[in-house]
Ligand binder design. Structure first.
Ligand code: IMP
Ligand code: MG
Length: 450
């Protein structure tokens, strides 16, 4: 049975939540694999509108088990709030499993995220524009081997011993480096014990759930958070997140053997956005940018789900997009927010970067080089028609089809899905990633061969 990984392919907020929600109807296991409370996805379904940051979208499918994998950093307070919110609308939360190997975002991680950002802002580098949710510091402690894992919340005695070593060390930095207030060991300990008691029934070795699901031929959906251009290794470092939101990262973050992936679906917005600092070659500002920001964002405008910050906006960057497609072995592409472009008379697409009279076919590692690239654009006529009611490839205006075909050609990857609005039914399924046979092949896929 298929194992489908869904990853964001720009700088996040591509509308993965909706795509995953839709595909999870076909999955028996849905696993979130990376990131933490920095992610925020909005899901609109018959039960209401939900903004989740930790619980996988698969929770809405009563046939599926939802896993928060070992690669996720978990803020237990937020997780408990999300569980309450979902239980209140009658969702059975016993199907939520949390890896005992997932790291805890500790109260001090949130403090450090803010203090470190403020300190960076005072330097020549400037701040990174993190979500200040403690995600980066939690991954730092994971790598430093001073992290606390979800499973440890269940062993009160050893937890106290561990905290007795950690808290004084953290306090030394808090007070001596930042002049901040120290943490109380006992208060922190009691909070953790309480979290453990509430979450006990969810915590388990979830990698074994994956192993078992594979041996029973179940269909599995791996849900990525953030996106490939925020990847710690291949993104625009240091303006990246601290996990690997790529297909390989999803395997590590869930315990999925890499050779078991059957499809990797890459989600791209029909244009490009970014929250936080960092390079953005195709960024636009001014009136056109304001217009695009208002048109996008599933009816709410392009503002961050987690922090409410206005998103920076720009044109589709096919150079970055192709780089990501290749690195992740994409087998299909989902284009989202196509409807946000409905009212444009012309649409601009970046097909190459020029740097010192040479063409560059990938995103360079060096930021100063990336800052000097000149995006080479081609213009496409807009369609100036409402696409939000399109339900098939044939329903789309011709200029919209041509634009999408061009993206598919530049990415050398077939289109799988197109989203034209926040609701489930506002989706055109060109090629279902869970089926080997395309549902509606269309000229699109054929055109790739020519
Ligand atoms: P952090 O992940 O909070 O450390 O933030 C690092 C960078 O990643 C910042 O630019 C954030 O705005 C960005 N980021 C983190 N999570 C998301 C997300 O889910 N969507 C969009 N941007 C994100
Ligand atoms: Mg988001």
């Amino acid at each position: 049975m298929p194992v489908v990984a869904v990853i964001g392919c720009q700088w996040g907020d591509e509308g993965k939540g909706k795509i995953v929600d839709l595909l999870s109807e076909q999955a028996q296991v849905v696993a979130r694999c990376n990131g933490g409370t920095n992610a925020g996805h909005t899901i609109v379904n018959e039960r209401g509108t939900f903004r989740l940051s930790l619980v996988p979208s698969g929770i809405f499918n009563p046939q599926a088990v939802s896993v928060i994998g070992n690669g996720v950093v978990v803020d237990p307070a937020v997780l408990l709030e999300e569980i309450d919110q979902l239980e209140a609308v009658g969702i059975d939360m016993s199907r939520l499993l949390v890896s005992d190997r997932a790291h805890v975002i500790m109260p001090y991680h949130k403090l450090f995220d803010g203090l470190e950002e403020d300190a960076r802002a005072q330097t020549g580098i400037g701040d990174l524009g993190t979500t200040r949710r403690g995600v980066g510091p939690a991954y730092v402690d994971r790598t430093a081997r001073t992290g606390v894992r979800m499973g440890e919340l269940l062993y009160e005695e050893s937890l106290l011993t561990k905290l007795s070593a950690i808290i004084p060390a953290k306090n030394a930095i808090l007070t001596k480096v930042y002049g901040a207030k120290p943490l109380q060991l006992h208060e922190t300990y009691l909070r953790l014990v309480e979290w453990g008691q509430h979450l006990r029934k969810h915590i388990m070795p979830t990698e074994l759930v994956i192993t078992r699901a594979l041996s029973e031929n179940r269909s599995i959906l791996l849900e990525g958070a953030q996106a490939a251009l925020l990847d710690l290794d291949f993104g625009t470092y240091p303006y990246v997140t601290s996990s690997n939101p790529t297909a390989a990262g999803l395997c590590i973050g869930s315990g999925m053997p890499p050779n078991r992936l059957s499809a990797v679906l890459g989600v791209y917005k029909a244009y490009q956005t970014r929250v936080g600092a960092g390079p953005f070659p195709t960024e636009i500002t001014g009136q056109v940018a304001d217009f695009l920001r208002d048109q996008g964002g599933a009816g709410h405008g392009e503002y961050g789900t987690v922090t409410g910050r206005p998103r920076r906006v720009g044109w589709f960057d096919a150079v970055a997009a192709r780089y990501v497609a290749q690195l992740n072995g994409l087998t299909g592409v989902a284009i989202t927010r196509l409807d946000a472009l409905d009212n444009f008379s012309k649409i601009t697409l970046c097909t190459a970067y020029k740097v010192h009279d040479a063409h560059l076919s990938h995103i360079p590692a060096d930021l100063s080089e990336l800052d000097t690239v000149e995006p080479q654009y081609e213009e496409h006529p807009g369609w100036q028609m409402d696409t939000s009611k399109a339900r098939s490839w044939a329903d789309l205006p011709e200029n919209a089809r041509l634009y999408i075909e061009r993206i598919s050609q530049l990415l050398q990857t077939p289109i799988a899905m197109i989203s034209v609005g926040p609701h489930r039914e506002q989706t055109i399924m060109v090629r279902n990633p869970f089926n080997s046979l395309p549902q509606q092949v269309g000229q699109l896929v054929q055109s790739l061969g020519s």
